[in-house]
Ligand binder design. Sequence first.
Ligand code: DON
Length: 310
Amino acid sequence: MKDKITKDTLESWLDNVRPYAHDGKVADYIPALSQQNPDDLSAAIYYLDDDCIHAGEVETCFTLQSISKVIALALALMDNGEEYVFNRVGMEPTGDPFHSIYRLEQYRPSKPLNPMINAGALAVSNMIHGDNPAEKVGRLLSFIHEMTDDHSIGVNEEVAASEFQSAYLNRSLLYYLKQHDVINGSVEETLDVYTKQCSIDVNVKQLSRIGALFANEGRDIKSGRRIISKHFARICKTFMVTCGMYDASGAFAIKIGVPAKSGVSGGVMASLNGFGGIAVYGPALDEKGNSVVGTKLLEILSNRYDLSIF
Ligand code: DON
């Protein structure tokens, strides 16, 4: 077991990284996200012994955005099995920006390279079982309620609508996937599921518990109940290492070395076996779409507490 970081220490590191927010910029390609306050900052660590420490504006909610891709992947694997999922989505990192369409054209048969880039995540949302978008989103929310033991978590409808109206690039990716039989059914319905999935509102305490569940090999921290199989939890964490920070995943692995997934709202969820879950929220992003303060805080914690898995 690694050393625990105390609440006082976390608070002082958070104050240390606060100024780095000025090096980044809040996402504005989804209009509703541009309303976020770039100076908001919070962090939580959920240890495997059920102790949760936190610092900053911990009640502030933010949308999961791409962090939802890890959770949707776990559900799609549980719904369809590994073979079905990986027949439609690959396992390789891209080195490209998250919304890139380029590789879809480059390879035959055309399938997204991994489930963390938008093309792959859209295909994964399409695989979630349910008769209609509401049922699919409802199942994903129930899954998150189970993981957090918090039934208050819901979709931020304003952010979802804002993304749905402006998601021309994601629509293009979906039409491409539809043409090549990677997705079934309706493009608009799949986009509806995906944008709502990305708009699920959480705070760092709730998110750190999800990270801890993955670190706990898929078992709920409090009850010990299995929610995700050990194998599927491992697949998700492996994608977090190889693709979780997009085309910054290599540098992140070298500097920080902890499985982590970012979202353009400024959230980062890290999951470390034998330690727990870490969640950080700081909406100012670097040029790759990762939280500047989130990355900085994780780098400091990893170096000080020897958290790298490598
Ligand atoms: O599809 C999108 O563009 C967003 N809903 C999610 C992208 C995202 O979070 C990329 N992460 N850093």
